[in-house]
Design a protein around this ligand. Structure first.
Ligand code: PLP
Length: 397
């Protein structure tokens, strides 16, 4: 039996299973050969052919084309996002660049002014090298997006919501309408939201991308990416061809670990959201903090859209701008003990990072900003750690 999802996360109103059940049971997975409730790991790279040289019996030729170990995780991810199909990649970046590789010289794309830094950098060099024009818009503001799309020329509109590291919220339904009017596809980097909080395909997006390195796997031990499509159309087939030919494929063990991580996705994301809200409120009244950027706070510029678009929480990511400027931010990150000073996000352990130092001189990110990924430790331990690390600027060495 295949468990189909209901439209909402917790009430299977149409008779299908809730998304939590789908994630925990990996779509009611059980191994037909042994009865085991966990899939085997199949590391084989090649598959036996039929006596006549065909592939009718096993339907597979080579693991770069088709890895049987991907099927359970891809099926779960497609279902969680409400999509037609999903595709695993070797990393979030491998997944993210693939839609851009379908573009031709002269095409136009729009992305977000402040977004995941490495992808922004790659997009600029890729566009310059291949004659693709790239515009960046403040996609928290739909009029700014409308002003830069070029009907008939814009092929892709790329948005991230909530977006690194200001946690800008993009109104996905409005962005989809603007992209579609211009004849473009809308791709949403939903790494931070996860399908627990937002399902972009249900709001009109064409593709969803995740760095599965983050919340989807969630344990800091797999680098992986995923694309999920609304339609298994010709564009999707082109993306599949690119994965096969460019070879940005995930290892069998990593695909297996990713499915294991997905089983606890809802619990992990909800706990991170609950703690992040407590941390955000605590820091909002902290003497050393000038501003807290968290979509769950009513003074965040994207709060109203987030409250409408996200469910069950506002994410586990927040940033703070320190009163003492760049040096104060860097010294604070260095003094935390429970929060580990390290890059990445969405894992079980809490992380803190001085983003401007990582992103370098051309970053649009303010240099007094600390990015926090709130993990699953006890919330009082997180608050106590931040309090001891956030000594007044003057007392930090
Ligand atoms: N998108 C976002 C929002 C990210 O934070 C990251 C990585 O930090 C990526 C994409 C790229 O993913 P990966 O590091 O798995 O290649």
């Amino acid at each position: 039996m295949t468990v189909r999802s209901s439209s909402s996360s917790s009430s299977p109103a149409d008779g299908g299973a809730a998304l939590e059940t789908i994630a925990v049971q990996a779509l009611d997975y059980w191994d037909k050969a042994t009865g085991a409730l966990v899939p085997p790991i199949q590391p084989g790279t090649t598959f036996r052919r039929d006596a006549d040289g065909g592939t009718a019996r096993f339907g597979r030729v080579y693991a770069r084309d088709e890895n049987p170990g991907y099927a359970p995780a891809e099926a779960v991810l497609a279902e969680l996002e409400g999509g037609a199909a999903a595709m695993l990649f070797a990393s979030g970046m491998a997944a993210a660049v693939t839609p851009f590789l379908t573009l031709r010289p002269g095409d136009h794309v729009v992305a977000q002014t402040v977004m995941y830094w490495s992808l922004r950098k790659w997009l600029l060099s890729f566009g310059a090298q291949w004659g693709i024009s790239v515009d960046f818009a403040e996609t928290g503001d739909m009029e700014a997006l409308r002003a830069v799309v070029r009907p008939g020329h814009t092929r892709l509109v790329w948005v991230e919501t909530p977006a690194n590291p200001l946690w800008t919220i993009v109104d996905i339904a409005a962005a989809a309408a603007i992209a579609h009017e211009a004849g473009a596809r809308l791709v949403v980097d939903s790494t931070v939201a996860t399908p627990v909080l937002t399902r972009p395909l249900m709001l009109g997006a064409d593709l969803v991308m995740h760095s599965a390195t983050k919340y989807l796997n969630g344990h800091g031990d797999v680098v992986a990416g995923v694309l999920v499509t609304a339609e298994a159309d010709a564009f999707w087939q082109e993306l599949r061809r690119l994965r096969v030919e460019h070879g940005g494929i995930l290892g069998s063990f990593e695909a297996w670990l990713l499915l294991r991580g997905l089983r606890t996705l809802f619990l992990r994301v909800r706990q991170s959201c609950a703690s992040a809200m407590v941390v955000a409120k605590h820091l909002a009244s902290h003497a050393q903090v000038a501003t807290v950027l968290y979509p769950g706070l009513t003074d965040h510029v994207g709060h109203a859209v987030a409250a409408r678009q996200m469910r069950d929480g506002f994410g586990g990511m927040l940033s703070v701008r320190m009163r003492g400027g760049s040096a104060h931010a860097a010294a604070t990150a260095a003094r935390t003990r429970v929060f580990k000073c390290a890059t990445s996000l969405g894992g079980i352990e809490s992380l803190i990072e001085h983003r401007a130092r990582i992103e370098g001189p051309n970053t649009p990110v303010p240099d007094d900003l600390l990015r926090l990924s709130v993990g699953l430790e006890a919330t009082p331990d997180l608050l106590a750690d931040l309090d001891q690390a956030m000594a007044p600027a003057a007392s930090l060495s």
